[in-house]
Design a protein around this ligand. Structure first.
Ligand code: TXA
Ligand code: MG
Length: 353
Protein backbone atom coordinates (compact mmCIF):
# COMPACT_ATOMS: atom_id res chain seq x y z
CA UNK A 1 0.00 0.00 0.00
CA UNK A 2 1.25 3.48 -0.82
CA UNK A 3 1.69 5.77 2.14
CA UNK A 4 1.38 9.51 2.00
CA UNK A 5 4.41 11.62 2.86
CA UNK A 6 2.63 12.83 5.96
CA UNK A 7 2.06 9.30 7.24
CA UNK A 8 5.71 8.46 6.61
CA UNK A 9 6.85 11.52 8.48
CA UNK A 10 4.67 10.63 11.45
CA UNK A 11 6.01 7.07 11.44
CA UNK A 12 9.61 8.32 11.36
CA UNK A 13 8.93 10.66 14.25
CA UNK A 14 7.42 7.80 16.22
CA UNK A 15 10.47 5.62 15.61
CA UNK A 16 12.73 8.45 16.77
CA UNK A 17 10.56 8.98 19.83
CA UNK A 18 10.88 5.32 20.93
CA UNK A 19 13.22 5.66 23.86
CA UNK A 20 16.06 3.51 25.03
CA UNK A 21 15.23 2.04 28.42
CA UNK A 22 18.27 2.34 30.66
CA UNK A 23 18.97 -0.33 33.28
CA UNK A 24 20.21 1.40 36.44
CA UNK A 25 22.21 -1.09 38.55
CA UNK A 26 21.95 -1.31 42.35
CA UNK A 27 25.75 -1.24 42.55
CA UNK A 28 25.94 2.29 41.09
CA UNK A 29 25.44 4.85 43.83
CA UNK A 30 24.20 7.36 41.24
CA UNK A 31 21.29 5.10 40.15
CA UNK A 32 18.74 6.37 42.67
CA UNK A 33 19.68 9.99 41.90
CA UNK A 34 19.31 9.41 38.14
CA UNK A 35 15.96 7.67 38.57
CA UNK A 36 14.70 10.47 40.83
CA UNK A 37 15.72 13.11 38.29
CA UNK A 38 13.81 11.27 35.54
CA UNK A 39 10.69 11.10 37.73
CA UNK A 40 10.93 14.79 38.58
CA UNK A 41 11.11 15.40 34.83
CA UNK A 42 7.80 13.61 34.25
CA UNK A 43 9.38 10.37 32.92
CA UNK A 44 8.50 6.78 33.85
CA UNK A 45 10.89 4.59 35.84
CA UNK A 46 10.34 0.94 36.81
CA UNK A 47 11.28 0.25 40.40
CA UNK A 48 11.69 -2.91 42.47
CA UNK A 49 9.39 -3.46 45.44
CA UNK A 50 9.21 -6.44 47.79
CA UNK A 51 6.10 -7.68 45.91
CA UNK A 52 6.61 -7.09 42.16
CA UNK A 53 8.24 -4.41 39.99
CA UNK A 54 6.17 -1.26 39.46
CA UNK A 55 6.18 1.49 36.79
CA UNK A 56 6.42 4.75 38.69
CA UNK A 57 5.49 8.32 37.86
CA UNK A 58 5.14 11.43 40.03
CA UNK A 59 1.63 10.87 41.42
CA UNK A 60 0.86 14.61 41.43
CA UNK A 61 1.71 15.02 37.75
CA UNK A 62 -1.33 14.00 35.67
CA UNK A 63 0.56 14.19 32.36
CA UNK A 64 3.28 11.84 33.64
CA UNK A 65 0.67 9.45 35.06
CA UNK A 66 -1.10 9.30 31.67
CA UNK A 67 2.08 7.81 30.18
CA UNK A 68 1.76 4.81 32.50
CA UNK A 69 -1.59 3.90 30.94
CA UNK A 70 -0.05 4.12 27.46
CA UNK A 71 3.04 2.05 28.35
CA UNK A 72 0.92 -0.71 29.92
CA UNK A 73 -2.06 -0.55 27.58
CA UNK A 74 -4.07 -0.20 30.81
CA UNK A 75 -7.83 0.39 30.72
CA UNK A 76 -8.64 4.01 31.59
CA UNK A 77 -10.99 3.08 34.44
CA UNK A 78 -8.39 1.18 36.48
CA UNK A 79 -6.93 3.46 39.19
CA UNK A 80 -3.31 3.43 40.38
CA UNK A 81 -1.97 3.05 43.88
CA UNK A 82 0.33 5.68 45.36
CA UNK A 83 3.58 4.76 47.13
CA UNK A 84 4.99 6.68 50.08
CA UNK A 85 8.20 6.23 52.09
CA UNK A 86 7.07 7.42 55.55
CA UNK A 87 3.70 7.10 57.25
CA UNK A 88 3.21 10.84 57.72
CA UNK A 89 3.07 11.34 53.94
CA UNK A 90 -0.41 9.78 54.10
CA UNK A 91 -1.77 13.05 55.51
CA UNK A 92 -0.85 14.84 52.25
CA UNK A 93 -2.88 12.34 50.24
CA UNK A 94 -5.85 11.65 52.47
CA UNK A 95 -7.67 14.39 54.41
CA UNK A 96 -9.17 12.11 57.07
CA UNK A 97 -7.16 9.02 57.84
CA UNK A 98 -9.48 6.34 59.30
CA UNK A 99 -8.36 4.97 62.70
CA UNK A 100 -8.20 1.50 61.18
CA UNK A 101 -5.56 2.75 58.73
CA UNK A 102 -3.28 3.59 61.64
CA UNK A 103 -3.80 0.16 63.18
CA UNK A 104 -3.03 -1.60 59.92
CA UNK A 105 -0.02 0.60 59.18
CA UNK A 106 1.42 -0.11 62.61
CA UNK A 107 1.09 -3.84 62.05
CA UNK A 108 2.03 -4.22 58.37
CA UNK A 109 3.87 -1.16 57.03
CA UNK A 110 6.40 -0.99 55.58
CA UNK A 111 5.21 -4.03 53.68
CA UNK A 112 2.97 -5.65 51.06
CA UNK A 113 -0.37 -4.02 51.90
CA UNK A 114 -2.33 -1.26 50.13
CA UNK A 115 -5.13 0.61 51.90
CA UNK A 116 -7.96 2.32 50.01
CA UNK A 117 -8.92 5.55 51.81
CA UNK A 118 -10.75 8.81 50.94
CA UNK A 119 -8.55 10.89 48.66
CA UNK A 120 -7.33 14.45 48.99
CA UNK A 121 -7.28 17.15 46.29
CA UNK A 122 -3.64 16.70 45.33
CA UNK A 123 -4.43 13.32 43.73
CA UNK A 124 -5.20 14.00 40.06
CA UNK A 125 -8.04 12.20 38.28
CA UNK A 126 -5.46 10.38 36.17
CA UNK A 127 -4.49 8.42 39.31
CA UNK A 128 -7.93 7.81 40.81
CA UNK A 129 -9.84 7.46 37.51
CA UNK A 130 -12.71 9.50 38.88
CA UNK A 131 -13.10 7.64 42.21
CA UNK A 132 -13.14 9.64 45.44
CA UNK A 133 -10.67 7.21 47.03
CA UNK A 134 -6.99 6.42 46.64
CA UNK A 135 -4.88 3.34 47.31
CA UNK A 136 -1.79 4.01 49.42
CA UNK A 137 1.13 1.71 50.06
CA UNK A 138 4.36 2.05 52.02
CA UNK A 139 6.70 -0.58 50.52
CA UNK A 140 9.52 -2.18 52.50
CA UNK A 141 12.00 -2.52 49.62
CA UNK A 142 14.96 -0.26 50.46
CA UNK A 143 15.46 0.88 46.85
CA UNK A 144 11.77 1.76 46.47
CA UNK A 145 11.85 3.83 49.64
CA UNK A 146 15.16 5.46 48.72
CA UNK A 147 13.72 6.46 45.34
CA UNK A 148 10.54 7.93 46.86
CA UNK A 149 12.62 9.93 49.34
CA UNK A 150 15.15 11.12 46.74
CA UNK A 151 12.47 12.20 44.27
CA UNK A 152 10.58 13.98 47.04
CA UNK A 153 7.15 13.03 45.62
CA UNK A 154 4.64 10.22 46.15
CA UNK A 155 4.87 7.71 43.31
CA UNK A 156 1.91 6.28 41.42
CA UNK A 157 2.95 2.77 40.42
CA UNK A 158 1.03 -0.18 39.01
CA UNK A 159 2.74 -3.49 38.36
CA UNK A 160 5.32 -3.20 35.55
CA UNK A 161 3.70 -5.59 33.07
CA UNK A 162 1.72 -5.12 29.90
CA UNK A 163 -1.93 -5.11 31.01
CA UNK A 164 -3.38 -8.60 31.18
CA UNK A 165 0.02 -10.33 31.36
CA UNK A 166 1.63 -11.85 34.47
CA UNK A 167 3.24 -9.26 36.76
CA UNK A 168 7.00 -8.77 36.65
CA UNK A 169 9.33 -9.98 39.39
CA UNK A 170 12.72 -9.51 37.68
CA UNK A 171 14.37 -6.86 35.49
CA UNK A 172 14.32 -9.36 32.61
CA UNK A 173 10.50 -9.53 32.86
CA UNK A 174 10.27 -5.72 32.98
CA UNK A 175 12.50 -5.34 29.92
CA UNK A 176 10.48 -7.96 28.06
CA UNK A 177 7.28 -5.92 28.48
CA UNK A 178 8.55 -2.34 28.78
CA UNK A 179 11.78 -1.97 26.78
CA UNK A 180 11.49 1.21 24.71
CA UNK A 181 8.37 2.36 26.58
CA UNK A 182 9.84 3.73 29.81
CA UNK A 183 12.94 5.79 30.52
CA UNK A 184 14.68 3.44 32.94
CA UNK A 185 14.43 0.49 35.29
CA UNK A 186 16.11 0.37 38.66
CA UNK A 187 17.63 -3.11 39.11
CA UNK A 188 16.87 -4.50 42.57
CA UNK A 189 17.18 -8.20 41.68
CA UNK A 190 14.29 -10.66 42.08
CA UNK A 191 11.32 -9.60 44.23
CA UNK A 192 11.07 -11.37 47.60
CA UNK A 193 7.29 -11.82 47.94
CA UNK A 194 6.47 -12.34 44.26
CA UNK A 195 2.72 -11.59 44.27
CA UNK A 196 1.31 -8.08 44.55
CA UNK A 197 0.27 -6.35 47.75
CA UNK A 198 -2.92 -7.13 49.60
CA UNK A 199 -5.54 -4.47 48.81
CA UNK A 200 -8.01 -3.65 51.60
CA UNK A 201 -10.58 -0.88 51.43
CA UNK A 202 -11.41 1.22 54.47
CA UNK A 203 -13.77 3.40 52.44
CA UNK A 204 -16.85 1.17 52.82
CA UNK A 205 -18.99 0.58 55.91
CA UNK A 206 -16.82 -2.39 56.87
CA UNK A 207 -13.22 -3.21 55.91
CA UNK A 208 -13.16 -5.40 52.83
CA UNK A 209 -10.40 -7.40 51.18
CA UNK A 210 -10.29 -6.50 47.48
CA UNK A 211 -7.16 -8.38 46.45
CA UNK A 212 -5.33 -11.07 48.46
CA UNK A 213 -1.56 -10.57 48.58
CA UNK A 214 1.55 -10.62 50.72
CA UNK A 215 -0.36 -9.85 53.95
CA UNK A 216 -2.89 -12.63 54.56
CA UNK A 217 -6.60 -12.33 55.35
CA UNK A 218 -5.88 -14.04 58.67
CA UNK A 219 -3.30 -11.32 59.50
CA UNK A 220 -5.76 -8.54 58.61
CA UNK A 221 -8.44 -10.13 60.81
CA UNK A 222 -5.99 -10.47 63.70
CA UNK A 223 -5.76 -6.65 63.73
CA UNK A 224 -9.23 -5.50 62.65
CA UNK A 225 -11.47 -8.35 63.73
CA UNK A 226 -14.01 -8.76 60.95
CA UNK A 227 -12.89 -8.21 57.37
CA UNK A 228 -15.27 -8.93 54.48
CA UNK A 229 -14.06 -10.57 51.30
CA UNK A 230 -15.03 -9.06 47.94
CA UNK A 231 -16.95 -11.41 45.66
CA UNK A 232 -14.54 -10.61 42.81
CA UNK A 233 -12.10 -12.97 44.57
CA UNK A 234 -14.30 -15.94 43.90
CA UNK A 235 -16.10 -15.30 40.63
CA UNK A 236 -15.64 -13.74 37.24
CA UNK A 237 -17.16 -10.28 37.15
CA UNK A 238 -18.85 -9.08 33.96
CA UNK A 239 -17.67 -5.88 32.25
CA UNK A 240 -20.94 -4.11 33.01
CA UNK A 241 -20.78 -4.69 36.78
CA UNK A 242 -19.57 -1.94 39.11
CA UNK A 243 -16.82 -3.44 41.28
CA UNK A 244 -14.93 -2.13 44.30
CA UNK A 245 -11.48 -2.64 42.71
CA UNK A 246 -11.79 -2.01 38.98
CA UNK A 247 -8.67 -4.09 38.30
CA UNK A 248 -10.37 -7.24 39.55
CA UNK A 249 -12.76 -7.51 36.61
CA UNK A 250 -10.12 -7.81 33.89
CA UNK A 251 -8.51 -11.05 32.70
CA UNK A 252 -5.12 -10.95 34.23
CA UNK A 253 -1.84 -12.73 34.71
CA UNK A 254 -2.45 -14.74 31.58
CA UNK A 255 0.14 -16.55 29.48
CA UNK A 256 -0.72 -16.87 25.79
CA UNK A 257 -2.04 -20.46 25.99
CA UNK A 258 -5.33 -21.01 27.85
CA UNK A 259 -4.97 -22.28 31.43
CA UNK A 260 -7.13 -24.92 33.18
CA UNK A 261 -6.81 -25.12 36.97
CA UNK A 262 -7.41 -28.34 38.88
CA UNK A 263 -8.05 -27.84 42.58
CA UNK A 264 -7.96 -30.32 45.45
CA UNK A 265 -5.50 -32.61 47.17
CA UNK A 266 -2.15 -32.25 45.30
CA UNK A 267 -1.66 -36.00 44.86
CA UNK A 268 -5.13 -36.32 43.28
CA UNK A 269 -4.85 -33.24 41.07
CA UNK A 270 -1.45 -34.42 39.77
CA UNK A 271 -2.97 -37.79 38.85
CA UNK A 272 -5.97 -36.12 37.22
CA UNK A 273 -3.75 -33.88 35.11
CA UNK A 274 -1.47 -36.80 34.14
CA UNK A 275 -4.54 -38.65 32.86
CA UNK A 276 -5.70 -35.71 30.74
CA UNK A 277 -2.54 -34.32 29.15
CA UNK A 278 -2.08 -34.54 25.42
CA UNK A 279 0.40 -33.34 22.80
CA UNK A 280 1.74 -29.82 23.21
CA UNK A 281 0.42 -29.54 26.77
CA UNK A 282 2.14 -27.47 29.42
CA UNK A 283 1.85 -28.31 33.12
CA UNK A 284 2.32 -25.92 36.04
CA UNK A 285 2.87 -28.16 39.03
CA UNK A 286 4.34 -28.46 42.51
CA UNK A 287 7.99 -29.65 42.59
CA UNK A 288 7.01 -33.08 43.94
CA UNK A 289 5.21 -34.07 40.73
CA UNK A 290 7.61 -32.87 38.05
CA UNK A 291 8.45 -36.39 36.82
CA UNK A 292 4.96 -37.73 36.22
CA UNK A 293 4.07 -35.76 33.09
CA UNK A 294 6.01 -37.36 30.22
CA UNK A 295 6.32 -35.46 26.91
CA UNK A 296 5.02 -32.22 28.44
CA UNK A 297 6.59 -28.85 29.06
CA UNK A 298 6.63 -28.85 32.87
CA UNK A 299 7.13 -25.73 34.96
CA UNK A 300 7.43 -26.25 38.74
CA UNK A 301 6.57 -23.41 41.10
CA UNK A 302 7.77 -24.68 44.48
CA UNK A 303 6.99 -27.49 46.87
CA UNK A 304 3.30 -28.18 47.63
CA UNK A 305 3.97 -27.12 51.23
CA UNK A 306 6.03 -23.99 50.48
CA UNK A 307 3.59 -21.14 49.79
CA UNK A 308 6.40 -18.56 49.94
CA UNK A 309 8.20 -20.26 47.06
CA UNK A 310 4.94 -20.62 45.11
CA UNK A 311 4.28 -16.88 45.44
CA UNK A 312 7.85 -16.01 44.37
CA UNK A 313 7.80 -18.37 41.37
CA UNK A 314 4.26 -18.25 40.01
CA UNK A 315 4.57 -15.30 37.62
CA UNK A 316 7.99 -16.34 36.34
CA UNK A 317 6.71 -19.87 35.61
CA UNK A 318 3.53 -18.62 33.90
CA UNK A 319 5.68 -16.34 31.73
CA UNK A 320 8.03 -19.22 30.85
CA UNK A 321 5.26 -20.99 28.88
CA UNK A 322 5.27 -18.12 26.39
CA UNK A 323 8.74 -19.18 25.20
CA UNK A 324 7.35 -22.61 24.29
CA UNK A 325 4.92 -24.01 21.74
CA UNK A 326 2.33 -25.21 24.27
CA UNK A 327 -1.27 -24.76 23.19
CA UNK A 328 -2.88 -25.48 26.57
CA UNK A 329 -1.72 -25.39 30.17
CA UNK A 330 -2.93 -27.48 33.10
CA UNK A 331 -2.20 -26.04 36.54
CA UNK A 332 -2.11 -27.25 40.13
CA UNK A 333 -3.07 -24.71 42.73
CA UNK A 334 -2.74 -24.37 46.53
CA UNK A 335 -5.74 -24.15 48.86
CA UNK A 336 -7.01 -20.79 50.14
CA UNK A 337 -5.27 -20.72 53.52
CA UNK A 338 -2.72 -18.00 54.32
CA UNK A 339 -0.64 -16.89 51.34
CA UNK A 340 -2.35 -19.68 49.38
CA UNK A 341 -5.36 -17.38 48.86
CA UNK A 342 -3.17 -14.93 46.89
CA UNK A 343 -1.34 -17.61 44.88
CA UNK A 344 -4.58 -19.43 44.04
CA UNK A 345 -6.23 -16.13 43.05
CA UNK A 346 -3.44 -15.38 40.53
CA UNK A 347 -3.62 -18.87 39.00
CA UNK A 348 -7.42 -18.81 38.81
CA UNK A 349 -7.33 -15.36 37.21
CA UNK A 350 -4.72 -16.59 34.69
CA UNK A 351 -7.34 -19.18 33.78
CA UNK A 352 -10.09 -16.53 33.59
CA UNK A 353 -11.81 -18.40 36.52
O1 TXA B 1 2.29 -4.86 45.07
C1 TXA B 1 1.68 -3.98 44.46
O2 TXA B 1 0.59 -3.52 44.87
C2 TXA B 1 2.27 -3.46 43.15
C3 TXA B 1 3.59 -2.76 43.49
C4 TXA B 1 4.23 -2.10 42.30
O3 TXA B 1 3.37 -1.85 44.54
N1 TXA B 1 1.35 -2.60 42.46
C5 TXA B 1 0.24 -3.09 41.87
O4 TXA B 1 -0.55 -2.13 41.25
O5 TXA B 1 -0.06 -4.28 41.89
P1 TXA B 1 -1.69 -2.53 40.18
O6 TXA B 1 -2.13 -1.26 39.57
O7 TXA B 1 -1.16 -3.56 39.26
O8 TXA B 1 -2.84 -3.12 41.07
C6 TXA B 1 -3.55 -2.24 41.96
C7 TXA B 1 -4.94 -2.76 42.20
C8 TXA B 1 -5.81 -2.77 40.95
O9 TXA B 1 -6.60 -3.95 40.96
C9 TXA B 1 -6.69 -1.52 41.11
O10 TXA B 1 -7.94 -1.65 40.48
C10 TXA B 1 -6.82 -1.45 42.63
O11 TXA B 1 -5.57 -1.87 43.13
N2 TXA B 1 -7.06 -0.04 43.07
C11 TXA B 1 -6.24 1.02 42.95
N3 TXA B 1 -6.83 2.14 43.44
C12 TXA B 1 -8.05 1.79 43.89
C13 TXA B 1 -9.14 2.47 44.49
N4 TXA B 1 -9.09 3.76 44.74
N5 TXA B 1 -10.25 1.77 44.82
C14 TXA B 1 -10.31 0.44 44.58
N6 TXA B 1 -9.29 -0.28 44.01
C15 TXA B 1 -8.19 0.36 43.66
MG1 MG C 1 -1.23 -5.17 38.05
Amino acid sequence: MLKSINTLQIERTMIRMEMKTEILPASDEKSIEKAAALLQNGELVALPTETVYGIAADARNGEAVKKIFVAKGRPQDNPLIVHIADFDQIYDLCPSVPPQAKQLAEAFWPGPMTMIVPKGDCIPDEVSCGLDTVGIRLPSHPMARALIRESGVPLAAPSANTSGRPSTTTVAHVMHDMDGKIAAVLDGGACGVGVESTVITLALERPRLLRPGGITLEQLRSVLGEVDVDRALYEKIGDDVKVSAPGMKYRHYAPKAPVTVVRGNPQDTAKYIAAHIGDSTGVLCFDEYKNIFPNCIVECFGSKDDLGAQAREVFDRLRAFDDTEVTQIWAQCPSDEGLGLAVANRIKKAAGF
